[in-house]
Design a protein around this ligand. Structure first.
Ligand code: PLP
Length: 421
């Protein structure tokens, strides 16, 4: 897997403080081969691999504890309900939410953002009100607000991004005004790795009477998150990006805001009384969990949170920073590479373009060498427009990646250069 030899001058030992090799044993997929090469998985921002403990938590529940929640008097159903409620409490602790009842299980970040838009947004917005986003948002944090704006006659605006890929806070201060009702921002950009100044933005937004919605999809795998310290009003994330299952995520919201929100999806589990004369609704969180929820997935997501919390965080952060710095240095030596996103303090997401070569071609050649990266607009077309490129190549590093894998990426890029000139 190592590129040692041809470019030995760049191969230096990693200052790793914890045992990455041991950690990798928890991820059998990392021992697999793709196209005859050891897999080098650098597409973690799209979805992270899952450790055994997550898969086993889900499998144990499914094989030995499976029952529906909330509706049963029988023992198995009560156990399932307990496990599901415990998962909620674990995730609430994971983001330092004051009360587990404020955490709603959803199908993921996208579902959570649509829920906030259609329930909170639709209730509080009036024609002419403003929804403020940023130029670096994922489509999941743009389109739901555009749909809402179309429904209520609101206006969507965006805080600009600097050439380095940071948020222009001075512009944010100018854009937040008396008509701003919602400020929706990524905690971490999926393209640039930029960590946005959420607490500062929240200060500005609250002073103007707006609420702050934070898209934490890319933050939860990299940073300890404290929704209270951030001053967020809503915080959302997906299980599969934090080493957990697909099909599950959460919405955390301040209790007073959640309690003022009408249901969005109707069905079983979210009611108090149903009659043809009128229906009353359950309190939060059940009010927003219509139908059978993703039970085993929620249990798996909680296992992922426990797995993350058990890691030595100072060492994890040092390791990921080292991987990012090392990979950035190696990749920057490839002729014609331009790194996109150089904001200080960014997480281990490395986006770049190769002069004269389409990102898809780069990704395809890397794949022949077993190196999995993403090559696309990354569901961030407004940001691509800002960066004046149709797409980038993105190598996103997780806690289990190694310097040898960064070297394999750089070697692959030298090969791309040879193939395309
Ligand atoms: N927000 C950000 C910043 C993301 O990176 C992604 C996925 O890539 C999403 C939202 C959407 O997440 P999901 O597809 O899990 O709903």
């Amino acid at each position: 897997m190592s590129a040692a030899g041809a470019r030995a001058e760049v191969v230096t030992p990693a200052p790793v403080g914890f045992d990455v090799a041991r950690l990798r044993h928890e991820f059998p997929i990392l021992r697999s081969h793709v196209n005859g090469h050891p897999l080098v998985y650098l597409d973690n921002a799209a979805t992270a691999q899952k450790p055994r403990s997550v898969v086993e938590a889900e499998a144990d529940f499914t094989l030995l504890g499976n029952a529906n929640v909330h509706r049963g008097v029988h023992t198995l159903s009560q156990r399932a309900t307990q496990a599901y409620d415990d998962a909620r409490a674990t995730l609430a602790r994971f983001i330092n939410a004051p009360d587990p009842a404020e955490l709603i299980f959803t199908a993921g970040t996208t579902a959570s953002l649509n829920l906030v838009a259609q329930s909170h947004g639709r209730t509080v917005l009036t024609p002419g009100d403003e929804i403020l986003l940023t130029e670096m948002e994922h489509h999941s944090n743009i389109v739901p607000w555009q749909l809402l704006a179309g429904q209520v006659g609101a206006v969507v605006r965006a805080i600009p991004v600097t050439d380095a890929g940071a948020l222009d806070l001075a512009a944010a201060a100018r854009l937040i005004g008396p008509r701003t009702r919602i400020v929706a921002v990524a905690h971490v950009s999926n393209v640039l790795g930029t960590v946005n100044p959420v607490a500062e933005l929240a200060g500005l937004a609250h002073a103007a009477g707006a609420v702050v919605v934070v898209d934490g999809a890319q933050a939860v795998p990299h940073l300890p998150v404290d929704v209270q310290a951030l001053g967020a009003d809503f915080y959302v994330a997906s299980g599969h990006k934090m080493y957990g299952p697909t099909g599950v995520g959460f919405l955390w919201g301040r209790r007073a805001l959640l309690e003022a929100m009408p249901p969005w999806l109707g069905g079983g589990g979210m009611i108090q009384q149903v009659s043809f004369d009128g229906t009353t609704y359950a309190p939060v969180p059940a009010r927003f969990e219509a139908g059978t929820p993703p039970i085993s997935q929620a249990i798996g997501m909680a296992a992922a949170a426990r797995w993350l919390q058990a890691l030595p965080w100072a060492e994890v952060e040092a390791h990921e920073r080292d991987l990012l710095d090392y990979a950035t240095a190696l990749v920057s030596r490839v002729p014609g590479v331009r790194v996109v996103g150089t904001a200080p303090g960014k997480v281990s997401v490395l986006s770049f373009v190769l002069d004269g070569i389409h990102p898809h071609d780069v990704g395809t050649v890397l794949d022949t060498r077993g190196v999995a990266v993403r090559a696309s607009h990354h569901c961030a077309q407004p940001l691509m427009r800002r960066l004046k490129t149709p797409g980038t190549v993105r190598a996103s590093f997780a806690v289990y990646n190694t310097r040898a894998e960064a070297e394999a990426l750089a070697e692959g890029l030298h090969e791309v250069r040879k193939v395309f000139g």
